[in-house]
Design a protein around this ligand. Sequence first.
Ligand SMILES: [Zn+2]
Length: 244
Amino acid sequence: MNGDLLAAIYSAFDSPSREKPAISARVQITCPECAKEIPLTDANPSTDVAICRACGKTFSFAELSVDATETDIDLTKPPNGTWVRELGDGFEVSATTRSTLAFFLIPFVIIWSGAFLGACYGSQISEGRFYWTRTLLGIPFLLITLVLITGILVGICDKIIVRDSGNQASVSIGVGSLRYTRRFRWSEIKRVRELVPFYRQNGRDLCRIELEREGKPIRFGSQLTEPRRKFLLAMLKRIHTAKR
Ligand SMILES: [Zn+2]
């Protein structure tokens, strides 16, 4: 059944409607609550308000138009670092948080840690004597090395996996089998959206994906590069709409 869903999601892209309209400036916004189209006469970009007449709720116009532009993402072409895989009873969408910075850090950590740990502990081993001072002095360096190695492992191997099997779904984050998993049902998800922070830190954008539901929302993806996050977001939105 889920294979069918995936096929349906993809076939939507094979249809002629996939062709971009000639006038791409035309933004079509839909109500996130009832999924009805909101005519542009009910939206005011200058005050950032859009009203849905069907359910009488108001929304941020900017947020809804961001949603509208995401439909341009081609889900059949996952960007580098993202995967869509069919499973026996469903499918999974994954994205790696892998960054090139992590690879650059490897030689640095080897040299830096090698030098300090060699001075503190290697010297004791080669002299065959035990020194309290060097042992204690080495502890902070040992801890920093562990933190750096963990950082590198996360930077290289960390992966976000969204798994779907029937009505059950989960988002897990982590390295290998060390994962932090949050389970949810598509039926309880009210909205899939991108959370854009009010400020941007050090030029990095800290946008996250949010699965809004009753109670605590599920948020993730701030470590993803923008193309990967946009792809994952578009994919989740498509699944959410298809399951509704
Ligand atoms: Zn509505």
